[in-house]
Every structure is written in C-alpha cells, then in structure tokens.
Design a protein. Structure first.
Length: 131
C-alpha cells in the first residue's frame, strides 16, 4: 500500500508542479481526441503493469475489476491535478501533506478486498437486494 500511495503522490505532485508540461503531453488527447501520441503510447505499459500488480495483490480480483480500479484510481489522481480550480471551493488538497493523505486513501481503496459483482456491475454480495 505504501508503494502505491507513493506512486499516486508522485503523479499528483508532478502534475501539480508541472501542469503545462503535463497538458502539453496530453494536448492532442484533450484537443483532438487523439491518443496516438508519445505519452499515451508510453503510459500504456504502466497502466497494464498497475492492473497486473493489483490483481496479484488483491485475492479474487478479476481482470475487469482490476482495470476499473486502475481507471478509478488514476482518474482520482489526475483529475484534481489537471482541473484543480474546480475544487477550490472545497478548500482541500491545498498542501502536500493533505495530498499525501489523499493519495494514501486512493491506494487503500485500490487494494480493498475484491467483492462479488452483483447485477449491473454493482459491487455487493452477489445476491439481489431488497426491492
């Protein structure tokens, strides 16, 4: 968990420290919906590695669940970094300590035990709930 939290902290702090460089790497993705550039190609193996690491660390986590956790965790890291102004009114993630705690929380959630997926992909016991 500590290693994953450190990775998420590194991504979050780096994106905040160098916002224009990050946005430049993703310019074509943002502007032209083109994901064939260098950064998306070079980042793809990191996504796959993270997916496999989560599967190896969380017993019972299948590939689809692992992929969703990768999407959710990296979205939680990069969205506030790229669009921090949207969250200014909340007054959170304003200092490195808070951001480190936030990254640790994302890591913790990424490594939570696997649950059976119920109907419509909603996590639960796998049994239908009350109506």
């Amino acid at each position: 968990q500590a290693v994953l939290a450190e990775l998420f902290t590194y991504y979050l702090e780096g994106a905040l420290r160098y916002p224009r460089i990050c946005k430049a790497h993703l310019h074509e993705a943002f502007v032209a919906d083109d994901y064939d550039g260098a950064f998306p190609r070079l980042f793809a193996p990191a996504l796959l590695r993270l997916r496999e690491e989560l599967r190896s660390l969380v017993p019972g986590l299948d590939q689809r669940q692992s992929e969703r956790r990768v999407v959710a965790s990296l979205s939680a890291v990069f969205f506030p970094a790229f669009f921090g102004g949207l969250y200014q009114g909340l007054g959170t993630l304003t200092n490195a300590g808070e951001r480190r705690e936030y990254a640790a929380e994302i890591a913790r959630r990424s490594l939570e035990p696997a649950l059976l997926e119920g109907r419509n992909g909603i996590k639960g016991s796998g049994r239908p709930g009350p109506k």
